[in-house]
Structure formats: structure tokens, C-alpha cells
Ligand binder design. Structure first.
Ligand SMILES: [Ca+2]
Ligand SMILES: [Ca+2]
Length: 411
């Protein structure tokens, strides 16, 4: 009779397969429809769901199946139930009785058996269930806020270390992958590259801090897990300690002076910070005994030579604020200014005509009526000259730039 049934099923199996019978052999002995009882079933359940995805499907064969049982709880609690969904096919689904939490427990293992309507129980097969993590937790920092003090004027390797953790159970959602300073325009960075294996991250300053500019810096810092879920921000406060520096203050690097504007204080705001050092301290090695100031005119920025060389005499006078009453003793030769005609010149190759004096044969007599000879005892003589050594000349010979004498011999 059984043989006939099998042949019948074989002949018409294709057509009738969708109304499948409870199993290939309905001998009244329930069995689990599984290749190997040893390897059992494998189930996956997400933390926020209750239906377990089981492979292979839970199905009882061999008899009419009226239910399934969890028969052996290997590791304590098995908060699951097996619900018969299709009595004809003997198929069931596995559900959790409550939502699971892989942070508490990641795996469950228990045995199940099919129970026939005649209350006969099948052999057991083991179900291995893994709880699949979902990213339900953002990272949280170990401390609600961080406060540190640093000295101004220094670059620190480390200002503060922060650390966040995440309660999710897998590295993807439970490891902290990135930290970020949300506050913009702050001279601080947080290290995401170095020490990746170390959970702490170092915040350091990217430039020396300045107490005058900011007494403290408040940073808003967040962490992200590897699923990029962001933590709530925490405050990192960095207080800047003032460090007294012995020395001058209030001395500008550049001072503009207008010609002819008279006497001017160069450093009216100059202040000497002594940092509470006792002047002339009690011991010979402490305290300040003397103060020395040296002012140097910075000319390195001038490209080549004197930057006044390229100006005409007229322009130089204007630039230097020369008196309008000044008299040009060596004008370019012309009508009324013939006395420089005999002097060798460079023909004005530079910005203005340059006369050459060899110290022996060339000199010029300035007409007496050009200058009021009644010089007072104070007058200003301005020259622009280049002087060349003359190795043949006796070094004791006097060289005159301007000479007023009784006779008109050349000097
Ligand atoms: Ca997480
Ligand atoms: Ca989780």
C-alpha cells in the first residue's frame, strides 16, 4: 500500500507539489525535516524584532504535526516559542517572547522537537540563535565634561584625553570610530589617526595660546560609532594660564615718521615687564641690577643700497623734509649756474647729475653771492656722496667737502 502511494506521488508529484503532504512517509512517527540533527537549525533575530529567521525552515514530517516543543535549554533561559503556522505542511515559525538585547546576550541554544497530533514527540534538533545587533546606542563619553589648564605660549603634545564608549554589542555599532571638535575656528585638533587601537583620543593645541586673546577655550566635542551614530556633545574647557614674560612690551615693529614733523617719541607705550622680580634682589644672583636698551634701525628690507638713490635731488629734499630755504651748491650747469660746468659728471646716468671730484685737480668755487656768507654758528650741510679710496694719496691729506677761506684757491 505504501509502495503504491510513493509511485502515485512520483507520477503526479509535480502537479500536486504545491499541496504538499505532511511528508514523504506518513508513518505516524513525527520527525524534524532536517538533513542532520547534529548540525541543527541556525537562527538570526534582530534586536528590535521577534521573528527568528531560521535555516532550514522548521517543519515536522512523518505524522500530522500538532505542535513543537522547546525541550532542552542548554544555557538557561530560552525566551522563544514555536508557533505552528501551517498544520497541513507541518511548518512552524520561531518567535522570541520579548525583544532581545545582544548587549546582554548574543547567543541562545536550545533543542526542539515536533509533536504529532497523537502526542508522539520527535527526536530533538538543536537551534543556534544569534541576536543581530542594531545601532540603538550612541557613544557616550566617560566624563560629562573635561576641564584642563594650560600655560599660554606653548604647543602641547597633549592638552586633554577624551574617551567615549558605546554599548552596542558589535564592533560595527559598538566601537567608537571617530571624534570631532564641532566648535569651529579654535586652535585645537583631535587625533583620529594615531593610537587607533587605544580608545582614548588626544586633543592638542595647533598654535601657542594667548592669554590676552582668550582666557579660556570651550570646545564642543562629539564621538561617532562605526555606524556613524553621533554622541551628544560634551564640553571641553581649556583655561589659559597667563605666563609673565620678562621684557619689553608696547614696542611696535614699525614707526612712521613724517619729515619735518619735529621731535617725536619713538615708543610712548613702551613698558618693561619685570614679572614681580625684585629690582636689585636680596641675593647677588636674583633680581634685576641694570636695564639696557638698544634700538636698531632695520634696513634689511631695503633691496639694494639706499632706496633714496633713485630719487632726484628735488625729490630727496621733499622726502627728507629739507628746508625750502636750502640752497643747491652744485646745480646742473646752465644759465646762471655756470660754476659746475667744468666738473666731470656722469651725465645724469643716475637719477640726477652726479659730479666727480678727484680730490686733487677738480674742485669748484661757489659764487659768493649764492650764499649769504654770514653763516650763523649753526647750519646744516646735506651731501649725498660716494667716497672711493685713493691708494696713491697720502692718508694724512685732508679732504674738504666745504671750505670757506680768505682766498679763492681751490681745495
Ligand atoms: Ca552605537
Ligand atoms: Ca545594539
Amino acid at each position: 500500500m505504501l509502495g503504491t502511494y510513493i509511485i502515485f506521488a512520483a507520477c503526479f508529484g509535480y502537479a500536486v507539489s504545491h499541496v504538499s503532504t505532511p511528508g514523504p512517509s506518513l508513518d505516524g512517527v513525527p520527525r524534524l525535516d532536517i538533513i542532520s540533527l547534529e548540525s541543527g537549525y541556525h537562527g538570526l533575530i534582530k534586536e528590535n524584532e521577534t521573528l527568528v529567521e531560521v535555516t532550514p525552515k522548521i517543519r515536522g514530517v512523518g505524522a500530522r504535526i500538532c505542535g513543537f516543543k522547546i525541550v532542552n535549554k542548554h544555557h538557561g533561559e530560552a525566551p522563544f516559542e514555536i508557533i505552528l503556522k501551517d498544520k497541513e505542511r507541518g511548518e512552524a515559525e520561531l518567535r522570541a517572547r520579548k525583544t532581545l538585547n545582544c548587549e546582554k546576550r548574543k547567543n541562545y541554544k536550545f533543542d526542539i522537537a515536533a509533536v504529532s497530533c497523537d502526542r508522539i514527540q520527535s527526536d530533538n534538533a538543536t537551534v543556534h540563535i544569534s541576536v543581530v545587533d542594531i545601532n540603538e546606542y550612541p557613544p557616550t563619553f566617560l566624563e560629562p565634561s573635561y576641564v584642563r589648564q594650560v600655560d599660554e605660549g606653548r604647543l602641547y603634545e597633549e592638552v586633554v584625553r577624551v574617551e567615549a564608549t558605546d554599548r552596542d554589542c558589535t564592533p560595527k555599532f559598538g566601537d567608537v570610530c571617530k571624534y570631532e571638535i564641532l566648535t569651529s575656528d579654535q586652535p585645537f585638533s583631535i587625533d583620529n589617526e594615531a593610537f587607533l587601537s587605544h580608545p582614548q583620543r588626544v586633543i592638542r593645541n595647533t598654535e601657542p595660546l594667548d592669554y590676552e586673546r582668550s582666557h579660556n577655550h570651550i570646545l564642543s566635542v562629539v564621538a561617532y560609532d562605526c555606524g556613524m551614530r553621533q554622541s551628544l556633545p560634551i564640553m571641553v574647557t581649556i583655561k589659559v594660564n597667563r605666563v609673565c614674560k620678562l621684557g619689553w612690551k608696547g614696542i611696535p615693529e614699525r614707526i612712521d615718521y613724517s619729515p619735518g614733523s619735529g621731535r617725536e617719541d619713538l615708543f610712548p607705550d613702551a613698558e618693561l615687564e619685570l614679572c614681580d622680580s625684585p629690582c636689585g634682589g636680596s641675593t647677588s644672583t636674583s633680581g634685576i641690577h641694570s636695564i639696557e636698551a638698544k634700538v636698531t634701525l632695520a634696513t634689511r628690507h631695503i633691496g639694494k643700497g639706499c632706496d633714496r638713490d633713485t630719487y632726484s635731488v628735488q625729490s630727496q629734499r621733499k622726502l627728507c623734509g629739507a628746508s625750502a630755504e636750502s640752497i643747491d651748491l652744485l646745480p646742473s650747469p646752465g644759465v646762471g649756474t655756470e660754476w659746475t660746468r667744468a666738473l666731470p659728471t656722469d651725465e645724469g646716468r643716475e637719477a640726477d647729475r652726479v659730479f666727480e671730484f678727484d680730490g686733487g685737480s677738480s674742485a669748484v668755487v661757489v659764487p659768493p653771492n649764492l650764499v649769504d656768507e654770514s653763516f650763523s654758528s649753526t647750519f646744516t650741510l646735506a651731501t649725498w656722496m660716494k667716497h672711493k679710496q685713493n691708494p696713491e694719496q697720502d692718508r694724512r691729506v685732508k679732504e674738504h667737502i666745504l671750505c670757506s677761506a680768505d682766498d679763492h684757491r681751490y681745495y
